[in-house]
Structures are given as structure tokens and as C-alpha cells.
Design a protein around this ligand. Structure first.
Ligand code: AHR
Ligand code: AHR
Length: 505
């Protein structure tokens, strides 16, 4: 049986929010130090402030709109005050998330300056572990206040006359997790976060607040949304997919995220009904990626070395966010540099991992309006039916959502381009060894030109990885070609491609 794709350009889901292609930089491993900030670099790779210019360029090429900071688990014992002011008197501290030491040579001012260079908006996660509401208010005042008050004046004294206008603030990170400094149950967290939200808004009513959710399919999400819906703009969910050495599990994993998003959408609706609320609350999926914490432990810097199978998993993730454009308005790949990242640096350069290329194709091409396309592939042999949630997540959350509807071998999302002249289809064949002839049917009142431009990520061996030049360079990247279009796409085994069609009026 051959799957087919059906696209009606008038069936709009919602605009694709460019913020779904956002990033995340945590004080973890080599993300900040020697990733984005490398002041001792002697190879001509830094600017006058010590920021890596090659990293900035690689991230600019990904169109990163927002960057989340400073954690992650790191934030739950972070004192932001240590990271501002003269560098020589910033204290070194024990670091409890990844069991290292924090030099504080990079802090809030450096992060904001770096975001400006990147052209991205900063998104700060607050410390709800060891941090107090007083610390959180002080941080917000330091960043955003134009008043003649202590922390606003401290920012001025540190050389930054104008407020930073940081719009996005998260109420803690993974507070539900046993690894979190300051773990709480859902009721305690909600009670505290509600009070924090109230106070933060008193200081700056213009901020957007993000509640700390779990996977989206957990009771934590239900309880926290019920209490926090009146005071937040976004509900955060996190999930990492894990191959556990199995390609099928790897590429089907994002189905659990898609289910989680659907469940969260309903939980948001329920919370709004119960609270009699008409405001918008959407999903901020502010940590997602392929990560096997056994293979690449956080305490060792979590430097995953991705292969083609992982790149296909990243494409599956991004298809989910484009399909769910009505409810997912922000998503941050975790993380942006070195730590479970599409970019790996050394003192003399960087290489782009296999996962960089699907991300770049999505961030540059899959913009505009998400279309409700249909993949017709309903036979039992067309879908995978095994687990989609890593065992450690399953062990934490009582239940895992069934996702077979979302685990077809052919996985796709589609957009109408911003200027409405093109239809772009992100087409993923998750099957290890089967190629498919895929009819793509446009209709009922649409037709496309006689050529299609194909941006493809493929290599013969699913285990192919990229490396520095000395290690063989980049074997997996994207290649573009334009070919004639006669209605059927010959889709290679284990391949990802974005097909660009021109609409004919
Ligand atoms: O991104 C790595 C870690 O994964 C983050 O610090 C934490 O929030 C999550 O568990
Ligand atoms: O590696 C430590 C923790 O383990 C991560 O932060 C979390 O995602 C995982 O469960």
C-alpha cells in the first residue's frame, strides 16, 4: 500500500508562529562557556566582548527568534545577582544541577547583549528552587524598570542606561522533577507561582508569564493550569525523545509530544471554562530534542553526537509543531550550542550536526500558514505501534498516551508561504528501508506548477554523523535540486525533504 498526501490550500490551521524555532542556552556543560562565550579564544573566532562569531552566524542562519536562559535545572540554585557587576569580584559558586562550579563571568547583561547581537528576544526562567520572590522581583526590576530604584540603578551603574524590556518570564523549571532543587507537588507549586505571578505583574504588567508544566499528558499539567490560567500567557511543556538504540522509537517519539500537545490544548480549554476566562493561553514547548541522558549524561555536558536517524527525529518534532500551529506558539530546542545541540564547537571552529539541517530547512521554509494536510495511509502496515515515550518518562508519569494515529511511516506538515504563492511540504519517510512513491494531491481548487524544488536531507547510512574536518566533515547536510513534477514524489527510505511547489492561479 502506498501512502498519499492530500492538500487543500484553503484549509488553514493557523499562522505558523516563527517563535517555534526558538533556542535555549543554559549554564551547562560547554553551552555558555566555550560555546557562545569564549573570551580566551586565540583563533580569531571572538568579537571584542568574547562572543563566538562563528556560533552567532550559525544561529543567525537558523533565524532564532527567542532564546531561553539561564536554565533548565541550573536556574533552580542560581543567584542572578552573582552574575552582574565587575567581573573580578563576581563570586564562584557550587553548582547543584550539574555538580560543577559557576564562575559567573557570564550573566544577565552578557546574555542580553548576546541576544541583541543575534537579533533574538531574551526569555528568562526564574529560580523557584533556592530563589525567593524578592530575588525574582529584583531580577525583573534590574531588567525592565525605568524607575529611580535600587536594582534599576544597579543596571545603570553597570553601564546599561535603558531598560532591557525582557518580555518572557518563566515561573520556574521542571519543579515536578526529583532532580530539581526545590521540587514541589503541583498544589504547592501552583499556590506559590500564583503569588509570584501577581507580584511580578504589579512591577511590570507588560510581561508574558509561562507556567511550569510537565509533559502535557500529566496530572501536573491539569492541576497547575487550573490554578494558574488566570495569571499566565503560556503553559510550558518539556519532552526529550530517546532512541534507546532503536531507530523506530527514535523517529516515532515525537508522537508522544503531539499527543501531549492535544491533551494540553484541552486542559487549557477546561481551565478557561472553569475560570470563566476569555484570554489566550498557548503552549510554550520550551525544551524539546533527542536526548539519551544515559548515553550523554548532563553531568558530563550532554554532548550528543547525532546521526541521520536523530536528524529525522528532529524533523518529526518540527512537523508536530507546524501541525499544531494553533496552540504551540513558542518552542525552544534544548539546547542551542554544544549541549544536546545542533552545533558543536572546538577552539578552532564548529561543525553543524545532522540535526542542524532539518531545523534550518524548517526555520527558513516552513513559515506562513499551517495547512491541514492529510496523509492517507491507514493500513496496519503503514504505522508503527511500539512505544513512543522513553522508559524514564513512562516511569514518572503513570500513563503514556496511545499515539498510533500519529505514527505513520510517512509524516508530513504543510504551509502556505507568507506571500501565498507557494505550498511547502515537509515530508519525512521514517521507514528504515522502504522507499515510497507518494502521490501528492492538491485540491479541490488548487493546482501547482510543473516543477518542484526539493531540499533534501539524506544519506545512505542511518548511522552517518557529522564531525570536524579532521573527522570527515559534514556527511549529512541539505542539498537542493529542482525537478519536473508529475504528481508523485519518489521518497527515498529514511529521508527528509521540504518540497516547494508554486501555486498556479
Ligand atoms: O536541557 C537539559 C535539561 O533537561 C534542563 O536543564 C532541564 O530542564 C531538563 O531536564
Ligand atoms: O540528567 C538529569 C535529569 O534526568 C534531566 O534533567 C532530566 O531530563 C532527566 O530525567
Amino acid at each position: 500500500m502506498s501512502p498519499s498526501i492530500h492538500i487543500d490550500p484553503s484549509r488553514h490551521v493557523a499562522p505558523v508562529d516563527p517563535r517555534i524555532y526558538s533556542g535555549f542556552t543554559e549554564h551547562m556543560g560547554r553551552c555558555i562557556y566555550s560555546g557562545i562565550y569564549d573570551p580566551a579564544n586565540e583563533h580569531g573566532l571572538i568579537d571584542a566582548n568574547g562572543y563566538r562569531t562563528d556560533v552567532l552566524q550559525a544561529l543567525k542562519d537558523l533565524n532564532v527568534p527567542i532564546v531561553r536562559y539561564p536554565g533548565g535545572n541550573f536556574v533552580s540554585s542560581y543567584r542572578w545577582q552573582d552574575g552582574v557587576g565587575p567581573r573580578d569580584i563576581r563570586p564562584r559558586r557550587p553548582e547543584l544541577a550539574w555538580l560543577t562550579e559557576e564562575s559567573n563571568q557570564f550573566g544577565t547583561d552578557e546574555f542580553i547583549q548576546w541576544c541583541r547581537l543575534l537579533g533574538a528576544e531574551p526569555f528568562i526562567c526564574l529560580n523557584m528552587g533556592t530563589g525567593s520572590l524578592e530575588d525574582a522581583l529584583a531580577w525583573l526590576e534590574y531588567c525592565n524598570s525605568s524607575a529611580n530604584t535600587h536594582y534599576a540603578n544597579m543596571r545603570r551603574k553597570n553601564g546599561h542606561a535603558e531598560p532591557y524590556g525582557v518580555k518572557y518570564w518563566a515561573l520556574g523549571n521542571e519543579i515536578w522533577g526529583p532532580w530539581q532543587v526545590g521540587q514541589m507537588n503541583a498544589a504547592d507549586y501552583s499556590k506559590q507561582a500564583f503569588q509570584w505571578a501577581k507580584a511580578l505583574r504589579l512591577l511590570d504588567p507588560s510581561i508574558k508569564l509561562v507556567s511550569c508544566g510537565e509533559t502535557g499528558f500529566s496530572d501536573w499539567d491539569r492541576v497547575t493550569l487550573k490554578t494558574l490560567a488566570p495569571v499566565v500567557n503560556f503553559h510550558s511543556i518539556h519532552l526529550y525523545t530517546v532512541s534507546e538504540g532503536n531507530h523506530d522509537v527514535n523517529v516515532m517519539g515525537p508522537a508522544a509530544a503531539e499527543k501531549g500537545i492535544e491533551i494540553t490544548k484541552s486542559l487549557i480549554e477546561l481551565a478557561k471554562i472553569e475560570g470563566n476566562l476569555t484570554k489566550d493561553i498557548t503552549v510554550c514547548f520550551d525544551e524539546w530534542n533527542v536526548w539519551d541522558p544515559v548515553r550523554a549524561p548532563g553531568e558530563k555536558g550532554a554532548e550528543e553526537h547525532y546521526d541521520l536517524s536523530d536528524a529525522l527525529a528532529v524533523a518529526a518534532w518540527l512537523n508536530v509543531f507546524v501541525r499544531k500551529a494553533d496552540i504551540v506558539k513558542i518552542a525552544c530546542i534544548a539546547q542551542s550550542v554544544n549541549v544536546i545541540s545542533p552545533i558543536i564547537t572546538s577552539p578552532t571552529g564548529l561543525f553543524k550536526q545532522t540535526t542542524y539541517y532539518p531545523l534550518q530547512l524548517f526555520a527558513t521554509l516552513m513559515q506562513g500558514t499551517s495547512l491541514s494536510l492529510h496523509v492517507a495511509a491507514d493500513g496496519p502496515e503503514d504505522a508503527y505501534t511500539g512505544p513512543t515515550v522513553p522508559a524514564f518518562v513512562a516511569s514518572l508519569t503513570q500513563h503514556t498516551p496511545p499515539a498510533a494515529r500519529l505514527t505513520k511511516w510517512i509524516d508530513a506538515s504543510g504551509v502556505l508561504s507568507p506571500d501565498r504563492t507557494q505550498i511547502r511540504v515537509a515530508l519525512l519517510n521514517r521507514h528504515q528501508s522502504a522507499a515510497f512513491s507518494v502521490p501528492i494531491v492538491f485540491g479541490p481548487n488548487a493546482s501547482v506548477g510543473k516543477e518542484v524544488t526539493v531540499h533534501e536531507v539524506w544519506s545512505a547510512d542511518l548511522r552517518d554523523r557529522n564531525g570536524f574536518e579532521a573527522d570527515g566533515g559534514e556527511r549529512v547536510r541539505s542539498a537542493v535540486r529542482t525537478v519536473g513534477w508529475e504528481g508523485v514524489y519518489e521518497c527515498k527510505e529514511h529521508s527528509f525533504q521540504v518540497l516547494v511547489f508554486t501555486l498556479v492561479q
